[in-house]
Design a protein around this ligand. Structure first.
Ligand code: ZN
Length: 161
């Protein structure tokens, strides 16, 4: 998480030293491709409890309600909700997600995908909730390098080792 900031540090300070402060353009999110979480079959089978029913490459969300069964039995419990991401297009689940940078993809695009997903799932509770979930997906993905494989262990998102 913090390693990204520290790697950006020397670059930013060198740029600041070379440029007139007034000339240095403000850094905006548009300068870097946005990172999102997508379904991947990579590393599937590493855990005996793995499954991958999503469409390869579709956007996934880590937001879901974990049932009492998996709460009790842990992330490798019989249901699977304790370890799975939900595919925004397929409405299916996968235990593995990969961080992807998508050029031209915006937070508005992601918000619309989440809103549509929530609506189709019968959870059409408004734009604010869709924006919040999209922001959470983007903020989660932004904490990791592109290509990082992530998994869910109940409420924790962790890098697959
Ligand atoms: Zn469950």
């Amino acid at each position: 998480m913090s390693d990204r900031v520290s790697r950006a540090g020397p670059y930013v300070s060198a740029m600041t030293a070379l440029a007139e402060p007034a000339v240095l353009p403000p850094r905006t999110n548009q300068e870097q491709p946005m990172r999102i979480l997508t379904a991947t079959s990579r590393t599937q089978g590493q855990r005996a409890s793995d499954f991958h029913w999503c469409i390869e490459g579709e956007v996934v969300t880590p937001v879901r309600v974990i049932c009492d069964r998996d709460r009790e039995l842990g992330p490798d419990g019989g249901c699977g909700c304790g370890r799975s991401f939900a595919g925004l297009s397929s409405h299916k689940a996968t235990t593995t997600a990969i961080v992807r940078e998508i050029s031209g993809y915006t937070l508005e695009d992601l918000t619309e995908a989440v809103r549509s997903y929530r609506q189709q799932a019968g959870c059409d509770d408004g734009q604010a909730e869709a924006e919040a979930e999209a922001a959470l997906i983007a903020e989660t993905a932004a904490r990791y390098d592109e290509g990082t494989i992530l998994e869910l262990r109940l409420d924790d998102i962790v890098v697959r080792g």
